[in-house]
Design a protein around this ligand. Sequence first.
Ligand SMILES: *Cc1c(COP(=O)(O)O)cnc(C)c1O
Length: 373
Amino acid sequence: MIPFVDLKAQYARLKPKIDARIERVLSHGQYILGPEVVALEAELARFCGARHCVSLASGTEALRVPMMAENIGPGDAVFMPAFTFTATAEVPLAQGADPVFVDVDEDNFNIAIPDLERQIARVRAEGKLRPRAVVAVDLFGLPADYAALGALCAREKLFLLADAAQSFGARSGNRAVGTLAPVTATSFFPAKPLGGYGDGGAVFLDDAELAAVYRSIRMHGEGKERYDIVRLGTNARLDTLQAAILLAKLEIFPEELERREAVARRYDDRLAGAVKTPVRVAGMLSAWAQYTIKVDRRAHVAAQLKAEGIPTAIYYPKPLHLQPAYARFGSGEGSLPVSEKLSGRVLSLPMHPYLDDATIDRIAAAVRAAIAS
Ligand SMILES: *Cc1c(COP(=O)(O)O)cnc(C)c1O
């Protein structure tokens, strides 16, 4: 079986560097907020051009901490695409807010701005909930349209949070993810474009005061003194060991991003005309967390590929408004038609920087054969 994501090949390449960095942490013993955490935050901020980076325990915590800082809670409406990973919705819900699901764009998979405008107007007209925030998701690594979202959120006085769990490393024009929205959350889950060897995440922002609030929240709400608790906080820190591993991986990340782009281009070329390949948005560069095609008879195509030793994945088989845990916040089947249609057609192919050209060609040929059979 071809690996869907090849973390072993990456470790084989980085082993001496990663092992040395881990050993350094074990010998200094500062496992919590050690020097590697400070160094990683500086490197990540420099990498994307944001003024501040606050590292956190996971991508989920990177969504939670900004919402805690904004005091988002009961009576608040938080708008988000329905076609995304569950964490996007579970965080505002856990804060006591109501998730409001918005349909997505059929071509780029990201939040559909006309539907977002419609849903904000509907919630305002109903008058039961206060519109408070929009969480935009950069699905599969492609940034959402933050120019339009930023203007809309400024006009509507809504907090805009980028869920960039899948898109760290992507670019829009000459700006990198981390600087496209006022606050950007990302994840270092192992299978993400920049992944650690466990859970991790970070928030990027330019506002120094807000960054200090996030640092306080991740450390139980502490103030200037250690046991001076000035706000409701939590434990949401990134481990020093994960920071050490990420520092080693960040060194080769630009090269890996280039390789992901090359893999995507070869897939595009080999699959052209046979299936609907991912759309290219002018001026944007995806981080290619996933290479996702749209096919008819998906179960048949996936089964044929599996028989050839080629794994596939379905992100996501059900939109959030139809998930039992969130159904009471949605309007049921038929209410968000694009998300529902995509859930039945998307298929993600193996995608990682260590896929060689012969393997890409083999996968593409198998996809073509499966579609024709
Ligand atoms: C992975 C992911 C998250 C959550 O990140 P974790 O680090 O696993 O907590 C949130 N949103 C999206 C869109 C994701 O893909």
